[in-house]
Design a protein around this ligand. Structure first.
Ligand code: FMN
Length: 226
């Protein structure tokens, strides 16, 4: 007998039951199990992602992994498929220290790479006028989340850093005034797991069919006329 959860290597997954099965069964079942494994791996990346703030100074992430994660960010949705993001890869230790100082967050100085996410809303202004600002920020958020999830998938860790002196980061990296600095993403290997933050319950975040309606009303099913 093999435990399904062991096979799927997802001990924290709560959405699937631990089912016992005989190991000698057909190709079709193996295919279903592999499909389940893919679904559960996705869930496990979502569940594993958290803001990491204690990094191994001695272990440098692979440059190619970082490029893979940026490539995932690039694949996020864009209004009108108009890209407006630029990613500055910072690996110079002097610049990293200066950026940590600009954020007044010392943990940032421990990493070997920081991605600075920037947007240029001019690309969206021609098509979306006054909505361009909102769309630009939303696109940045979608791209950053794609990036953070891929970083977890690659066994790395990061933290979305939004608290920094715009002026100082701009000066350090010679970013023009008309470019928005959205976030800094330090990347490294985590030393010890930061305690997972409590998240709101699904129910407490839901309204149904209108703002403020916390209960879902079931519409009675129409019976066929006789
Ligand atoms: C827009 C934004 C800005 C953030 N800025 C910072 C920051 O400057 N420093 C930091 O340590 N974490 C920052 N965070 C991370 C949050 O503190 C973190 O996401 C939150 O506490 C929830 O924890 P979790 O990411 O582990 O789920 C930021 C997150 C967001 C979305």
């Amino acid at each position: 007998m093999i435990c399904l959860r062991d096979f799927l290597d997802a001990p924290k997954c709560t959405t699937h039951q631990c089912v016992q099965f005989e190991p000698h069964f057909g190709h079709q079942n193996i295919f279903i199990l592999l499909l389940l494994k893919i679904i559960m791996e996705f869930d496990s990346v979502i569940n594993k992602r958290h803001s990491a703030r204690i990094f191994k100074e001695t272990k440098k992430p692979d440059y190619q992994d970082i490029m893979t994660a940026i490539d995932c960010a690039v694949k996020a949705p864009n209004a009108g498929n108009l890209p407006c993001l630029k990613y500055i890869l910072v690996s110079d230790k002097k610049l990293i220290n200066e950026l940590a100082e600009a954020c007044q967050q010392d943990f940032i100085s421990k990493v070997s790479y920081i991605i600075v996410v920037c947007t240029d809303k001019k690309f969206l202004e021609k098509s979306y006028y006054e909505r361009a600002d909102m769309y630009t920020r939303q696109q940045a958020g979608a791209a950053i989340e794609n990036f953070l999830l891929k970083i977890v998938d690659l066994g790395l860790a990061s933290c979305w850093v939004g608290a920094f002196s715009d002026e100082t980061v701009r000066r350090i990296l010679t970013i023009p005034d008309d470019i928005q600095i959205e976030a800094l993403l330090p990347i490294g290997y985590e030393i010890e797991k930061t305690e997972k933050k409590m998240k709101p319950s699904l129910q407490s975040t839901m309204y149904y069919d209108g703002w403020g309606i916390t209960k879902r009303t079931m519409t009675p099913r129409k019976m066929p006329e006789t």
